[in-house]
Design a protein. Structure first.
Length: 279
């Protein structure tokens, strides 16, 4: 695979854009919080009729973090638009997972017509939350800050994640891609997370603060909202109302999968992306 291209975004951020290959029109793939663009490679291997591109969004993978340490999710929309402009792919198609799905919707709201059609697997787009609740504990943010950042080797990290939730649900190829490209070698021979725990924590803290839900009516292109099993408080719990609020929204359910669906069953979700965006 060729080295990633560097793409300038806002806030001094430089993204890493990975060419995942394929023949056909460009397809943008945007990753979830804590992951990176190369985690889409196992899914991209099952795609037909597209040329897949996947960026590392700010603070993730080989992208730099914003200098001010802020991770307002509008910045992820900036990243999406920077990649769209770099590739000259306005009016194209895209698929996003979790935060990546929210970033696509925010980008389309910012610049209508950017996309012809979208596939969003459990996008993190919730109805407005009371400010008092936002000031309270955030289990995801607190958990991310405590995340183990260093392992002795790639194999040790893979074995660790494969043995316990939530990453034990990932397809082995997706899990290995996450570790191989989500960690950097340290001088002492160990490997260390590229997405720093404090950055991931801040991304989770800012997740409920964007206003994409209130502007869903502005997203005029067809949007497939795909979900796994419904769990309390997760994105799947509001997916049906999200799809209903989109002018051309459609709900797609995968009750045997979880929040990491594209990484759990790459072949199946690749086929659904093709059906939704190329059918």
């Amino acid at each position: 695979m060729t080295p990633p291209a560097s793409v300038a975004s806002t806030g001094g951020v430089v993204l890493a854009l990975h060419d995942l290959g394929g023949d056909g029109e460009p397809l943008l793939l945007t990753h979830a919080t804590g992951f990176h663009g190369r985690v889409w490679a196992p899914l991209a291997a099952h795609l037909h009729g597209v040329h897949a591109w996947a960026p590392d969004l700010r603070g993730h993978g080989d992208a730099t973090a914003p200098a001010d340490g802020a991770f307002d999710w509008e910045g992820f929309a900036d990243d999406v638009l920077a990649v769209v402009d770099h590739l000259g792919m306005a009016g194209a198609i895209a698929a996003g997972h979790s935060k990546g799905g929210a970033a696509l919707l925010l980008a389309e709201q910012r610049r209508p017509g950017t996309f012809r059609a979208l596939y969003c697997y459990e996008p993190v787009v919730f109805p407005p939350v009371d400010e008092a609740l936002l000031a309270g504990p955030n289990p995801l943010a607190e958990g991310a800050r405590r995340r183990r950042a260093t392992f002795a080797s790639v194999d040790e990290a893979v074995a660790n994640y494969a043995a316990k939730p939530p990453l034990d649900a990932l397809h082995p190829d997706a899990l290995r891609a996450y570790v191989e490209h989500g960690f950097a070698p340290a001088p002492d021979g160990t490997i260390t997370l590229k997405c720093r725990p404090e950055h991931e924590s801040q991304v989770y803290r800012m997740g409920p603060r964007h206003r994409a839900y209130e502007r869903l009516g502005e997203v005029r292109c067809p949007v497939t909202v795909a979900v796994g099993a419904v769990t309390p408080f997760g994105p799947a719990a509001v997916a049906e109302q999200l799809a209903d609020a989109l002018p051309a929204g459609r709900l797609e359910t995968h009750p045997d999968l979880g929040h990491f669906g594209p990484l759990e069953d790459p072949a199946r979700i690749a086929a659904r992306i093709e059906a939704a965006l190329l059918g």
